[in-house]
Design a protein around this ligand. Structure first.
Ligand SMILES: [Zn+2]
Length: 338
């Protein structure tokens, strides 16, 4: 039994007593017996070698496949009375994963790796593992990664919120509890940290984790116009420059422009002109001039000619120069409106 001898040396702490191939299901079943007599509590680590026995139970443990065959380990797990835990406890077995006694450590590690770049449900389906177990393995993997996480060096950050759920987690939750606050590093274009909620405290939590030196090093903080974030940034990084992010500025600017367009439209008396300024033509005003089609540009020219009062109202003495191109006219009309 060359394979048995080989597995003996690979699976530390156990002896291989039997290997079977289940022809029907194409499974490999490996029977294991424990090598030593030492027994430790799986929860507290207390030595249970001489503790009174509380029986034993059979374990079937999924491990890494061999040559494409699903492979299972079969072994007995002792149960002893633990004086520290003050109850019957199963023994600690190094080959078992932390998340489930039915999955081996190496298999769990492999699943965790797959979950890094694939949805958990897909991984669970592909490997034939319960999706809750897969979720637990992935959660444990992320927790392990976070425990070793260290902030990289950064001087420019951005703060924003993301909407994460449509329902409340507990009674009395506010709408802000449905958001996560995401802090990203603008130097590396990577997420630095995520906290729950959209409050001043959410950003405070991040700043509190930094050392005073790291806080002083922050030169720029980009954010939306939410007051909570601003207060937090001013409190912890008073020297940093606050930058309103472009997306929210553009959004506000577009809204203001649209409001003015609507107000002017409501005052229009010419019915033909009125119909050509609203409805499907509304978005023409918001469209970048370089992206307009020829028909759309002609439409805009028509409106500008008919609506001379509007386009020149902000500059009483200025007159249209007939040599101006439509593009120039639009550009000029924009600058006048400022
Ligand atoms: Zn114990």
């Amino acid at each position: 039994m060359i394979l048995a001898n080989f597995l003996d040396s690979v699976i530390s702490g156990f002896n291989v007593s039997d290997i079977r191939l289940n022809q029907e299901d194409q499974l490999i079943q490996i029977e294991l017996t424990k090598a030593g007599n030492e027994i430790f509590c799986y929860r507290c680590g207390n030595d249970l070698s001489n503790a009174p026995s509380c029986g034993k139970h059979r374990l079937k443990v999924r491990t890494m496949p061999i040559f494409g065959h699903d492979t299972f380990l079969y072994l007995w797990r002792q149960k002893r009375h633990c004086d520290v835990c003050k109850k019957a406890r199963s023994e600690h077995l190094g080959i078992l994963s932390q998340e489930s006694p039915h999955i081996a450590r190496d298999f769990s590690f492999w699943m965790g790796k797959l979950c890094e770049f694939s949805p958990i449900s897909r991984v669970a389906k592909a490997l034939g593992v319960d999706s809750v177990t897969a979720w637990r393995i992935d959660f444990q993997r992320m927790k392990n990664q976070c425990s070793r996480y260290q902030f990289p060096k950064f001087s420019r950050i951005s703060v924003d919120e993301v909407y994460v759920r449509k329902f409340d987690l507990k009674e009395g939750d506010k709408r802000s509890d449905r958001f996560f606050t995401v802090i990203s590093c603008l130097d590396r274009k990577k997420v630095l940290w995520v906290t729950e909620g959209r409050y001043k405290e959410s950003l405070d939590e991040f700043f509190k984790m930094l050392t005073p030196e790291e806080r002083r090093r922050i030169k720029v903080i980009a954010m939306d116009q939410f007051k909570g974030y601003l207060d937090s940034a001013k409190e912890y990084c008073p020297l940093a420059t606050i930058v309103w992010d472009r997306f929210h500025l553009m959004k506000n600017f577009n809204e203001a422009l649209n409001d003015e367009r609507k107000a002017l439209h409501s005052k229009l008396k010419d019915k033909d002109l009125k119909s050509k300024c609203a409805g499907k033509y509304k978005y023409l005003f918001l469209k970048r001039e370089s992206r307009r089609t020829i028909a759309e540009s002609k439409h805009m020219d028509y409106l500008m000619e008919k609506n001379d009062g509007f386009f020149s109202s902000r500059s009483s003495k200025r007159r249209w120069d007939s040599s101006l191109t439509p593009v120039m006219r639009t550009r000029l009309s924009r600058s006048w409106r400022k």
